[in-house]
Design a protein around this ligand. Structure first.
Ligand code: SF4
Ligand code: SF4
Length: 224
């Protein structure tokens, strides 16, 4: 009997027969190039270039560039950002700068007075948008941002960062819809909790008042 072997050796697969013709690879390459050239006149997916900036390619839904801040409603006054500074702390290259807005008594107004991002330093990682607990910061798809001023021109403040929730919806419909639905559900939960709290308080008040009305009558009985 033959000894058992760990590896069952299989015969090497036969190589497909191929004619060895000098210059065949070059010819095949030229055929592919020729096909692309001819088809580029009538097939859209063969058009590998466009006449930028007159023509622009549609960007991928997952393309991300620099962050922007979302506001609800028609004006940047509805900014969702509460200036909690979590994104500022988590940003790896530390290119976010936030100053909390306060009233004359020094009380927090829960909104940023200053919110700057140095886009010449930002590395497009998206961590700020992942850590934000207020659905306030998302990655933008805008890419025509070249500027001749290396410093002021690439330091984006609230005026350039704040964009509407409608803009977010147009840019990333799936993400914006998920966020809107979640925020709506949270809002309804808060409203229901507030209504339940108010109802409980009203019930307790009514019970207290009823007790207070009963007490003098009982006192009167005792006096008699
Ligand atoms: S995308 Fe990354 S680098 Fe840019 S601001 Fe956000 S956390 Fe910082
Ligand atoms: S963008 Fe979000 S994480 Fe950053 S400060 Fe505003 S609320 Fe906080």
């Amino acid at each position: 009997m033959e000894p058992a072997t760990d590896i069952q050796r299989l015969p090497a697969p036969e190589k497909p027969a191929r004619w060895v013709v000098p210059g065949r690879g070059l010819f095949e390459g030229l055929v592919v190039s020729g096909k692309n050239l001819v088809q580029s006149f009538y097939k859209k997916d063969r058009m590998t270039t466009v006449q930028y900036p007159e023509q622009k390619l549609e960007i991928s839904p997952n393309f991300r560039n620099f962050p922007f801040l979302v506001y609800d409603g028609d004006s940047p006054a509805g900014l969702r950002c509460t200036a909690c500074s979590i994104c500022e702390k988590e940003c790896p290259p530390q290119c976010i700068y936030i100053v909390l807005d306060r009233d004359e008594n020094g009380k927090s107004l829960k909104r940023p007075k200053v919110f700057d991002i140095d886009i010449s330093v930002c590395m497009n990682c998206g961590i700020c948008s992942e850590v934000c607990p207020f659905d306030s910061i998302y990655m933008d798809g805008e890419y025509e941002l070249a500027d001749t001023d290396r410093f002021e021109g690439l330091l984006f403040g609230l005026d350039r960062l704040a964009k509407s929730a409608d803009y977010h919806m147009k840019l990333r419909p799936a993400q914006a819809t998920e966020v809107m639905e979640r925020r709506k559900a949270d809002e309804e939960k808060k409203k229901a909790a507030a209504a339940a709290k108010a109802a409980k308080a009203a019930k307790e008040k009514a019970e207290k008042e009823a007790k207070a009305q009963e007490t003098p009558a009982e006192d009167g009985k005792e006096d008699a």
